[in-house]
Design a protein around this ligand. Sequence first.
Ligand code: MUC
Ligand code: MG
Length: 383
Amino acid sequence: MAKIERIETSIIDIPTIRGHVLSMTTMMMQSIVLVRVKFADGSEGLGEGTSIGGLSYGAESPESIKLAIDAYIAPAIEGLEGNNINAVIDLVQKMVRGNPIARCAVETALWDGLARRLNVSVAQLFGGSVRTEMPVAWTLASGNSQTDITEALEMIAARRHNIFKLKIGKRAVKDDIAHVAAIKQAVGDKGSIRVDVNQAWNVADARWGLAGLQEIGVDLVEQPIRARYTQALKSLTDSYEIAVMADEALQGPEDAMHVAADRSADVFAVKIAQSGGLKRASEVIAIAQAANIGLYAGTMLEAGVGTAAALQLFSTIPTLEWGTELFGPLLFKEEILATPIAYHDFNVHLPDGPGLGVTVDPEKVEFYRRDRSKSLHVVGAKI
Ligand code: MUC
Ligand code: MG
């Protein structure tokens, strides 16, 4: 027995290594919500709730994630048995509509706690790993073609990444195509080039865009149009050879079922946070597998805890045709894990050990905690 005793949350603001230029915003900082669930038997579990660019990517912000947990999820589940995760998930789903990232953060901590109590990994709770390393993409999003080329060539030379996702959709379509073509030409056959438009194009732009991307030999285009336009996405998927991936359109198994039934996309970017937790993400994966839709492990640019959680789940999936983009910790100036996740030989490596296989460095967490830096700022001791 391990009753859920207390749930603690804190917002951690970590600067990025460079501006990360997306169609909707430029990130100079990532704000994650770190969740610690304390159980009555003295055990603990860690989770992370992270979105991208405040409210510019989706409907949850770091502040709303923290509030949903503190004011609604924690009071609803404190006192419940932590070993019965299915029962807790079911109750949270009834008490808290939407808010998939907040729900994921708490659920992750429950899986971590249960796995630690059993002295197994979270992957083992999902049936066991079929691999310990996964190909990992890097996102080129400096906002400058030449900087992106230099970055890509450095990554290839260091054998860290040879799959590149380019963030486009901010410029005019023809300028974006020229930008992608320059990078594609520089990388040549040394890597895979993919693009993510983050919903920025209208359908007419998307037709021009996909034709141009196809002509220059880009391997995949992610969420070119608004998430809700799944019929238009289907018509793009049907009209071009280039693979089309759904990302923002997938907020869990219900969406996955619609997109799969209509075959609106060739590939699913599966994000544990956007799906509403590891269990729902595993259901999205099952739908993709049943529909013969390709799989790609997506990220909300989580730091180490969220990234480890996704790695645990995706290590159990035999079909991961498009690899992963679970590089979040590498985008930040500082690692908050006690032992960083390993990235080498073009792969990300599954952390070893019980639970998520990771722990945080308490000093780093303390240093980047938003409430701490605010109080320092107030007394003029900005660090
Ligand atoms: C997204 O939309 O896929 C993933 C990688 C990255 O740079 O941003 C994200 C979000
Ligand atoms: Mg995306």
